[in-house]
Design a protein around this ligand. Structure first.
Ligand code: CO8
Length: 258
């Protein structure tokens, strides 16, 4: 086994960048890699100095899926008791904004990981797909649901049933990714978006993320209730007072996160 960390983490001011680092296996998401990723995500989620997190991959993949070799002989009970599936829910539960900078293959669990992020930027070399059908299974970390919400039922159904992949440009045209960048500018674009978000009130960002997420995960009625609760709640923050005062005084706001 190599001594290289499975996830390389670096901090640039208010931004944490996490790089999936098993390039020889196209960043296949082994249980150890996922555990490592979750440990970093939860650490930065709890760190007041970090305002946005970027996930990308080393080499020519974002992630080519869950590690098939680690799953090949698993029983359903082992899948359940190992916490393999429960782990993924912890990624989707991160409260800070997470940007996927998809640099190559995002397949199976790799596509599902990207879809658990809040913004997806893709390099021209990225490919998205849910090819589980090719190995006798189906997506298990949200692919059937999140891909369907992103692409609509017919495109998602075709991808899930045929295992076909789509290019970054097709993904962008159909709403799965925010935009496509040349490979050499992908991370800078992710940094730019992260910096923009990092300059806002972190409280407003967190509550906005929760409300937008609710649109995909609850009914409209529940989502509207969450939106309204969060909207009212922000009037209890110093950041709301500062933001509105700064607007009136024609100056930039200085958000404290309180
Ligand atoms: N798992 C394990 N190893 C992998 C994976 C993977 N998903 N993908 C690639 N690798 C390994 C290859 O075995 C190979 O290793 P080695 O050099 O030791 O033979 C190395 O990465 C390089 O891969 P290739 O030689 O295959 O590279 P190519 O450029 O020829 O092909 C592909 C690239 C097309 C991406 C090809 O590697 C491929 O098809 N990979 C598998 C894609 C796939 O099926 N993904 C879905 C996996 S299942 C899944 O994600 C279910 C998620 C459920 C999560 C919830 C439950 C926990």
């Amino acid at each position: 086994m190599s001594d290289e960390p499975l996830v390389i983490s670096s901090v640039e001011g208010p931004i944490a960048i996490l790089t999936l680092n098993r390039p020889q296996a196209l960043n296949a998401l082994s249980p150890a890699l996922i555990d490592n990723l979750i440990r970093h995500l939860e650490m930065y989620d709890a760190d007041d100095l970090i305002r946005a997190i970027i996930i990308t991959g080393a080499g020519r993949a974002f992630a080519a899926g869950a590690d098939i070799k680690a799953m090949a002989n698993a029983t359903p009970i082992e899948m359940l008791t190992s916490g393999m599936i429960a782990r993924w829910a912890r990624i989707a539960a991160i409260r800070k904004p997470v940007i996927a900078a998809v640099n190559g293959y995002a397949l199976g669990g790799g596509c599902e990981l990207a879809m658990m992020c809040d913004i997806i930027l893709a390099s021209e070399t990225a490919q998205f797909g849910q090819p589980e059908i090719n190995i006798g299974i189906i997506p298990g970390a949200g692919g059937t649901q999140r891909l369907t919400r992103a692409l609509g039922p017919y495109r998602a159904m075709e991808m899930v049933l045929t295992g076909a992949t789509i290019s970054a440009h097709e993904a962008a045209a159909h709403g799965l990714v925010n935009r496509v960048c040349p490979p050499e500018t992908l991370l800078d674009e992710a940094r730019r978006v992260a910096q923009t978000i990092a300059a806002k009130s972190p409280l407003a960002v967190q509550l906005a993320k929760e409300a937008v997420r609710a649109a995909a995960e609850t009914t409209v009625r529940e989502g509207l209730a969450i939106e309204l609760r969060n909207f009212y709640l922000l009037f209890a923050s110093e950041d709301q007072k500062e933001g509105m005062r700064a607007f009136i005084e024609k100056r930039a706001p200085n958000f404290s996160g309180r």
